[in-house]
Design a protein around this ligand. Sequence first.
Ligand SMILES: Nc1ncnc2c1ncn2[C@@H]1O[C@H](COP(=O)(O)OP(=O)(O)O)[C@@H](O)[C@H]1O
Ligand SMILES: [Mg+2]
Length: 609
Amino acid sequence: MNTYLRILSYAKPWGRFAPGYLIFSILAVLFGLLNLALLAPLLDVIFDQNGAEKLAKYTALPEFSLSKDYVVGTFNYYLLQTVNEYGKFGSLIFVCIIIIISFLFANVFKYLSAIVMAKAKAETIKNMRVDVYKSVSNLHVGYFTEQRKGDIISRITNDIQQIENSITHNLKIIFREPFTVVVYFWLLIMTSPSLTLFTLIMLPIAGVMISEIAKRLKKRATQSQESLGRQLNILDETISGMRVIKAFNAVGYINRIFSKEVKNYADIDYGFSKRYELSSPVSEILGAVSISGILIYGGDLVLNKGTLDASAFIMFMAVFTQILQPTKAIAGAVTQFQKGIASGERVFEIIDTKPTIVNIPNPRKLENFEKEIEFRNVSFSYGSKEVLDSVSFKVGKGKTIALVGPSGGGKSTLANLVPRFYDPDEGEILIDGIPMKEYDFNSIRDQMGIVTQESILFNDTLHNNIAFGLENINEEEVIKAAKIANAHEFIMQESEGYQRLIGDRGSKLSGGQKQRVTIARALLKNPSILILDEATSALDSESEMLVQDAINHLMKSRTSLVIAHRLSTIQNADEILVINEGKIVERGTHSTLMQHDGIYQKLTAMQGL
Ligand SMILES: Nc1ncnc2c1ncn2[C@@H]1O[C@H](COP(=O)(O)OP(=O)(O)O)[C@@H](O)[C@H]1O
Ligand SMILES: [Mg+2]
């Protein structure tokens, strides 16, 4: 129920929708009711032998009150007038015209209320999508490695779609139909209290059965959404890796994986439908049982006891069948809701996930990086896997520190701590002598440029990829950065130049070109601290030279933390840290390290330096 209310809270502002909806709905119900209310007295007068006598006493308008007597009295008064004037058949036509008009109004108002609700629904879905996307983008970097990508995408797309289909779609039922039921019941009570009491006993039985079905639906709905997430994950990985899949002749393999998941989904879906489809027949049968029960009980009142008029009984039955309709609709909506609630819970799970990297209250801003970055006994682990073990070092402003060592040693992890993508488990990182946690992490990241082995580019123009995240950047600045990054030349080879679209993740560019675009991006940002994580390792040697040249320009007069697989590129570093199994095992300049028989010496020998 809470999830449900929370979903509704996204239909803000309620003030804009609720009044219109309520008024239109009430009018629709009242006009609908009028039709039925007209039925009994009409039948009485026109077809009952004694009808004319009964009608004859309504010679004056009754005094106003909120009761059946007033409504009946008023109607009969006018009916008597018309009967006197136009005869019985004339009155029948007269009443039929009223019925048509009231039907017309009832449906016009029904339509208007539906329109208002449609708007509220559209708003709800829009607000939810925006909110969940905002929450996702604010989460810490670690979240995206822990959580499967397909699952996140699925929650934002499929689950919200599901909420739209099941919850908001049934909003109008849940809001209008109970009102209809109440008004109709009032009419029933007015007609025959004892018969109404009897029908009231029948309804809870139906209610219990329906809610029992509904309960079982939710679990299935959750499973089916989870499966959709896994399907998206498989799609994402296999479509982007199609080249490798084909090269390894693994098409059959991925087909089997996908079919298995899809089959799983189909099973869940079928299981859901089997139960879901049960709710309508069950309520139908219960409806028939209650109608029969009422026929017998009411028939007894009319035929044997004589305490109920035949016309009143007919009207009662007419109203009762009208109640069945909305009651069934409510039951259907409640079962449908289970799908939406299950999806709602999945969406709110993301919205409620708190980022683990947050600012302290009133953090200080890192306006200018002045002195040094210091790692003081920093340890870090992913879950239970320890990756960094009591690492300490300093990088002075304008200096270059290089991290080298065997793969898996923890170099990238260490580099990820500097922009505070993760917090250390133990120890501290200080910037200009102040613990990093005391700064606003955005102000730290503003000072940093990061180039990694994978070039992270977006399906946009070259200009926008270079000016990424920066505002008010003009063409000249972009060109200047691209020139320093050795990117201008290849960009200008195509006629669209900087306006050229580079494809999904930059797929229309070569590896070296992509990397030079990311370097141009870093140059344009003009950061005081640079983090380079194997920026050239994915490249062939020719483009590596171009990229290395660009990197050398980028590093000029900046503080740099460089992870390099090719040791020739870091020989001039002010300090080289050799990292192995999460520890600094050797440290010094190139020449001092070369004098020592250790890992560094071995690595350089391997690379033939
Ligand atoms: N997101 C992660 N979750 C769990 N373990 C990780 C994650 N990233 C890296 N690791 C593990 O941490 C260790 C260090 O990785 P990394 O810092 O990437 O090493 P390097 O950059 O030196 O090659 C490796 O054993 C790797 O398997
Ligand atoms: Mg690495």
